[in-house]
Design a protein around this ligand. Structure first.
Ligand SMILES: [Zn+2]
Length: 129
C-alpha cells in the first residue's frame, strides 16, 4: 500500500493536535494507493485506547462510496509508544480485507507503519515513514 506524502503530513498534524490522546481515522483510496485521510473522533478520548463513533463509520462508508474510493486501512496514533500494534490492537483487528496503520509520535519522531493482521497476528508490515 502506498500513502501520499501529503496524507501522511495530515495524519501527523491531526495526531499532534489530539495528543496526548490517541487519534484515529480511515485511509481512503483506490487500488493500492491512499489518497485521503478521513479523520474520525476517538470517542474514548484516551491516551491508550481508541474507538470509532459508529455513526461516523457509516458516514465514512457513504462518503467513500460517493467518491468512488475504498477504505484501504484504518489508522490510529500512538502518542507515546512505538508504531506497532498493542495486544488490544491485535485483538480488535478483525477485518482481514484492510490494513491497520499506526502512527507513532514517540520522542517527537513520527513513524508510520501499516500491518495486515490475521487471527490476531501480524502477517505483513510496511514502513511508510
Ligand atoms: Zn494502538
Amino acid at each position: 500500500m502506498k500513502i501520499d506524502e501529503k496524507v501522511i503530513d495530515e495524519l501527523i498534524a491531526q495526531a499532534s493536535q489530539d495528543a496526548p490522546n490517541e487519534s484515529c481515522g480511515y485511509l481512503l483510496g483506490t487500488g493500492e494507493t491512499v489518497t485521503e485521510n478521513y479523520p474520525m473522533e476517538n470517542i474514548d478520548h484516551s491516551p491508550e485506547h481508541f474507538s470509532f463513533n459508529p455513526r461516523e463509520q457509516f458516514a465514512a462508508l457513504r462518503y467513500a462510496r460517493q467518491q468512488g474510493l475504498q477504505i484501504l486501512a484504518n489508522w490510529h496514533s500512538h502518542p507515546a509508544s512505538p508504531s506497532r500494534p498493542s495486544e488490544e490492537d491485535l485483538r480488535l483487528a478483525n477485518d482481514p480485507t484492510i490494513r491497520y496503520a499506526i502512527l507513532s509520535l514517540l520522542n517527537g519522531e513520527p513513524r508510520l507503519n501499516s500491518f495486515k493482521i490475521l487471527d490476531g497476528k501480524v502477517v505483513d508490515k510496511e514502513v511508510h515513514r
